[in-house]
Design a protein around this ligand. Structure first.
Ligand code: FAD
Length: 367
């Protein structure tokens, strides 16, 4: 019998899960409250790595490494299948020293983590990579060059994933909000929406920051909350910046079409997605410090998105402890674009009873 899966939420995680399940022979339907890819996934910067990868638990490393192995092939196939280029590029990331404290201890940790994880890293003067940065150049080589860090253009990745799901026979039902469940004896019978009920063999929640809300009392101890992130977009000359630059948690991302993204804030503001003057001021200040040329460049857009925040950025990728056909893939916090292919692979393996590439216990549902 063909497995029929209802997926709730069409962000990068829901679309990636749908694509992977279709590839494994399942039938899928995505129910999306608005338009696919209109929330956090659209707002994301598209850096395909944790910002300082040595600061995260092994479960984040394992998942981002799996995704990083899958992403080059996935983006290439997506482009062939759909004609939409997600603009995957290995641009590298320059980590500038934290000006608030000495960084030598952190660098020792970073070096040992990079060696252990075969993650290319070199200590350099920032001017070796970027002559344009006029940040106070330290005497020693205290910037870090992470040459393997890649990026995608998130809205394009989403468009390509959506198109690929459609081309593979997946059904995408937009403007349809899930509002409840019909559950009997530890089994979902149907999902209730504002446009009727839908049923399938299995149900997957990929509703990002809203996942907990959708589950109601069935969320148990699930700890996923909205974390607002704001971002600016500048129009620049295409050759102004070639690499991602990071300092004190703020970054600049160069895009291929002559725009630079500056981000991002991490704010506890509930489900409020407004942009704020304070955040704009802060991001402008940080962006100008990092790249003074930006003071003369046009700020073309300012936006906000709600990340699915979770403890330590560890998502839940698992079956509900008490409902046998209900699954969750959510809580990717700051790194959902990065983790999407790996998370989709793990969850689809679970639903299709395929072996896993590694122990997935760290991604279980908290009870
Ligand atoms: C400013 C910012 C910068 C970021 N930068 C990066 C980065 O550089 N790299 C990186 O890897 N990650 C980044 N992220 C994080 C990343 O964007 C998220 O982790 C990721 O998008 C989460 O994807 P998702 O599919 O779980 O959630 P979402 O994209 O939010 O998708 C959830 C979907 O569920 C739908 N939904 C909600 N409720 C319902 C309902 N009741 N019924 C039906 N549908 C529903 C929503 O409409 C939405 O489309 C950034 C995020 C922000 C905000």
């Amino acid at each position: 019998m063909v497995t029929d899966v209802v997926i709730i939420g069409g962000g990068v995680i829901g679309l990636a899960v749908a694509r992977e399940l279709l590839r494994l022979g399942a039938r899928v339907r995505i129910l999306e409250r608005g338009s696919c890819g209109g929330e956090a996934s659209w707002a994301g910067g598209g850096i395909l790595s944790p910002l300082l990868p040595w600061n995260y638990p092994d479960s984040v490393t394992q998942l981002t490494q799996l995704s990083n192995r899958l992403l080059p092939g996935l983006t290439e196939i997506l482009q062939q299948e759909t004609g939409i280029d997600p603009e995957y590029q290995v641009s590298g990331m320059l980590v500038l020293p934290n000006m608030n404290n000495g960084q030598s201890t952190q660098f020792v940790e970073a070096e040992s983590w990079c060696t252990r994880n075969a993650f290319p890293m070199k200590r350099i003067h920032s001017s070796e990579i970027m002559s344009k940065l006029i940040f106070g150049e330290p005497a020693d080589k205290s910037a870090l060059w992470l040459s393997s860090v890649a990026q995608v253009r998130s809205p394009r990745l989403l468009q390509a994933l959506k198109r690929s799901v459609e081309l593979s026979g997946g059904s995408i039902i937009e403007q349809t909000k899930v509002s409840g469940w019909r559950i009997g004896q530890g089994h979902v019978e149907s999902v209730i929406t504002d446009r009727g009920e839908y049923s399938g063999t299995n149900y997957v929640i990929t509703a990002g920051a809203w996942s907990r809300e959708i589950l109601g009392r069935h969320a148990l101890k699930l700890d996923i909350r909205p974390v607002r992130g704001q971002m600016l977009l500048f129009k620049v000359n295409p050759d102004l910046l070639g690499v991602v630059v990071l300092q004190n948690g703020f970054y600049l991302i160069p895009r291929q079409d002559g725009y630079v993204l500056a981000g991002s804030t991490t704010e506890e503001a509930g489900f409020d997605k407004s942009i704020t003057i304070d955040a704009r001021k802060l991001l402008l200040e940080k962006a100008h410090d990092l790249l003074p040329e930006l003071t003369e460049k046009t700020l073309v857009r300012h936006w906000a998105g709600l990340r699915p925040g979770s403890p330590d950025n560890i998502p839940v990728i698992n079956r509900h402890p008490a409902i046998d056909n209900l699954y969750l893939n959510s809580g990717h916090h700051r790194y959902g674009v990065t983790m999407a292919p790996g998370s989709a692979h793990l969850l689809s393996n679970m639903i299709m009873n395929n072996p896993q590439p590694f122990d997935i216990t760290p991604y279980q549902w908290p009870v």
